[in-house]
Design a protein around this ligand. Sequence first.
Ligand code: BGC
Length: 442
Amino acid sequence: MTRSLSALDRRQMIGLGAAATVAVAAAAPLRAAPAVAPFLWGAATAGHQVEGNNVNADIWLLEQVKPTIFAEPSGDACDSLHRWREDVAIVKALGLNCYRFSVEWSRIEPAPGQFSQACLDHYARIVDHCRDQGLAPVVTLNHFTTPRWFAAAGGWENPDAPDLFARYCGRVARAIAAGVSHALTFNEPNLALGGRWAIHPPPQAMLDAVAACCAAAAKASGSDRFSLLNAGDPAPMIPGVTAAHVAARAAIRAARSDLPIGMSLAIPDNVAVGKDSAIERKRAEVYGPFFAVMDKDDFIGVQTYGRAYVGADSDVDPPADAPKRPGGGEWFPAAVGNVVRYAHEATGLPVMVTENGIDAADDTERERFIPEAVASVEAARRDGVPVLGYIHWSLLDNFEWMSGYGPKFGLVSVDRQTFKRTVKPSAKQLGAIARAGGVQEG
Ligand code: BGC
């Protein structure tokens, strides 16, 4: 049985479409190069989702054209381009010791070969400020968005894509790598491949809508193409992405040879359904191409938002008796612990949870989610899996791509008019867990 469209959560749709102060103690400051790295407890953001007015990005254009597949434009987002110090202050005040954020390629290189020193300095200031505050900066080089010019030149299908990405990553690394704790080349480059299993076969109307949106963006760019990994068929783009990872890793290492480098993959807790489950074929298709180029990486980032039940040729609905969330969807916070175990077993690499979270307007649901999720990671650690950290998605309620500002993944809410940040109880809870070193006795 294939999953019905209505049974899908909004995350799966992304891939198919291809100073608030808190009165709590801060974590002990990190040394620049700790002999024994502390476990990282963090919260994450991504440039396009929080900075605002990211006008040179491919996705900005897709939001603006008609027809668009986006519920609303990103606009000012959370204005973190200007309010990033407030964001860092919240992370610190909560008692976390890590902040994950992404640098925006389209700001750094708004035209091919034209690099903005001012923009590189901006991100260097964020890294330095995190260090000054005792926070480990985990930096993503590509969190879905690329420059408009890159998409209009064929995106990851352009034979020059790996070199272009590596050139950009090298420039960023030379500007900021000294203070960075861990670098991720790509965020979930496998999301669209996973989406093909979740929604199988993809409805023609949805494919047509994506194609029409990209065609409008191509026209607006004066090109015959506008190519994005998360819009359209990802298969022809994967070789470009994997080659780009390898080239970027070399470029970053050339700037700082001891900076730990990895890539984050979207990995649900896959469960085999029936004797003819295609779970191994799914793993080979959706993770295999990336695992194959991560052999010289220092760690793997995993991003988990639940379970996927894998039938004979696609994901299928959860069992009728599976525990459910109040609004539907399965309740299984411990998915992340199983994924941590799987990722280590499959790659041999240390694992960092670079995203884990829940779309919950009711924060009490997130408060129930966090301890169970963290406990599942701790259990994996106790069983010997090397886990580097747990980074929650997301620090802020932010721009959730095609769904706009509706979904609420944040530990902190953001007023859409004033941008005032309000720390939710779940944020304080995660901070308390971090300061205690976990939820369970060791
Ligand atoms: C992405 C985030 C996104 C989150 C929740 C992940 O796929 O990396 O950008 O906001 O899931 O949907």
